[in-house]
Design a protein. Structure first.
Length: 290
């Protein structure tokens, strides 16, 4: 069985996919081969799955990027909501809002005041076509602050420039910055999830200062549409069983995330809601793919 993901080996998405794939291999006594097809914000991988036979042997590792791409790309050859059948949720990952140590703000409210006092002079390091980019756009849309989005091809390079003081703020996946936060090299202002992170219970959410703000990342599994319902149900049961395993839960917690077990309909509803939400932010930002 193939699990196609739209990102390069070694990153957070790849790590989670291999973790779950290995457990499914053990449970179903069948190899799950992780196939990396990076590029174009994972649209290349999605196209490959949409065109695959609907026999349950090709799975798509869906992420929040796919909900963004639905509006970000004008000429997709597929409709993600229509052409990828939802199977199961896997993990939700909070993003963090962080600044370099030269920025005087210690809280989100102080940062908003700082940014409004310095319009167009606050650079936000980001990664195009991801929730990291859209988190900054959503923040600007909801607060009225004016920041300059500086896109990078990868989060690692963005964090490097944030550490160097060339960028003032960044919205990053928790796992990407945790080592620098713990070392006192970056200042963590807030997490972007709706609720506080279990990994950082003392850190406030952005929504505590900006009511209604939420911009977490998620992973899930889909298959080509028209895949038989009994196959979808079987895969859903096995994925949810894997997520209930204490060892899997602990590993996901180490990555800064929480299991996201869902029935197919629940995961499908999440995809629809996220697609509608990010469509508004993409249109507000005027963002275009690189």
């Amino acid at each position: 069985m193939r699990v196609i993901i739209g990102f390069a080996p070694g990153g957070g998405v790849d790590i989670v996919a291999r973790l779950i794939g290995q457990r499914l291999s053990e449970r179903l006594r069948q190899p799950f081969i992780i196939e990396n097809r990076p590029g174009a914000g994972s649209t290349i991988a999605a196209e490959a799955v949409v065109g695959a036979p609907a026999d349950g042997y090709t799975l798509f590792w869906a992420t929040s990027a796919n909900a963004i791409n639905a509006t970000l790309y004008n000429n997709l050859s597929y409709n993600f909501v229509r052409d990828i059948a939802p199977v199961a949720g896997v993990i939700r990952l909070p993003n963090v809002m962080e600044v370099n140590l030269l920025v005087p703000a210690k809280t989100v409210s102080e940062f908003i005041a700082y940014a409004k006092a310095n319009p167009g002079k606050v650079n936000v390091a980001t990664v195009s076509g991801t929730t990291l980019y859209m988190a900054g756009e959503l923040f600007m849309m909801m607060t009225g602050v004016n920041m300059v989005q500086v896109p990078y091809r990868g989060a690692a390079a963005a964090v490097t420039d944030l550490l160097a003081g060339e960028m003032q703020v960044m919205f990053d996946i928790l796992t990407g910055s945790m080592q620098y936060i713990k070392a006192g090299r970056l200042r963590l202002l807030a997490v972007t999830s709706a609720a506080r992170s279990e990994a950082l219970p003392d850190i406030p959410t952005v929504s505590e200062s900006v009511p209604g703000y939420e911009a977490s990342s998620w992973n899930g599994v889909g298959v080509p549409r028209n895949t038989p319902a009994e196959i979808v149900a079987k895969l859903n049961a096995e994925i949810n069983a894997a997520l209930a395993d204490p060892n899997i839960k602990a590993r996901l917690a180490d990555l800064g995330g929480a299991p996201m077990p869902m029935k197919p309909a629940e995961f499908g509803a999440l995809v629809v809601t996220e697609t509608e939400k990010w469509a508004k932010v993409v249109k507000f930002s005027g963002a275009k793919p690189d």
